[in-house]
Design a protein around this ligand. Sequence first.
Ligand code: HEC
Length: 186
Amino acid sequence: MKRPGLLKTISVLAFVWTAACGENVVQETGGPSELREALASPPAAIPVETPDVNARRGRLQFITRGCVICHQVNGVGGTAAPDLSAASAPDLINPLDFSARMWRGAPAMTALQAVELGYVIELDAQDIADLAAFAASPEEQKLLTLDSVPADMRDWFIDAPHWRSDDWTEYLQRGERIPGLEEEEL
Ligand code: HEC
């Protein structure tokens, strides 16, 4: 029987590798208690800049940058991607947390954008801060009505969560686009 033999070899290798890495960690940091101590006294505090956030600008960005094509808010938008409706009470705005959520969703999101829009949406820190504020503001989200989305754009709403389907790789290879969406219109 070949398999158990191979598995045994792999586990022996894994053991040797783990032991070697363990030794490295101890050598480099001097052990877990030293590591804890080192982390408890970081270098001098670094000032952190807090961006000014504007949920109104976030709402406009949500439409004009095309988020609404895939994401729904207040029942308006595509359903291809997770709904970004805020909780009913205003939430704490944490642009870093919002950024981290986007980062987690980035592989599927950017692939879908590349296929459907023909490009990947570029955002700067201010855009993300404003979009985070919009995502946390039930009051501003109420203003996102179907009428506030340009008619052309409403035709581009994507309702199929292709990225969840079995043929996602095949779909990407086909390079499907939204019917009628021309690059010069963007
Ligand atoms: C072409 C479709 C598409 C567009 C346009 C798009 N997204 Fe996404 N987005 C996705 C998909 C698909 C996911 C989910 C990925 C996953 O869960 O793996 C996602 C995930 C996210 C998430 C994480 C959701 C969660 O569950 O926490 C956030 C936040 C997000 N997008 C924000 C935005 C913003 C802001 C814009 C506009 C600047 C935008 N997206 C534009 C498709 C899109």
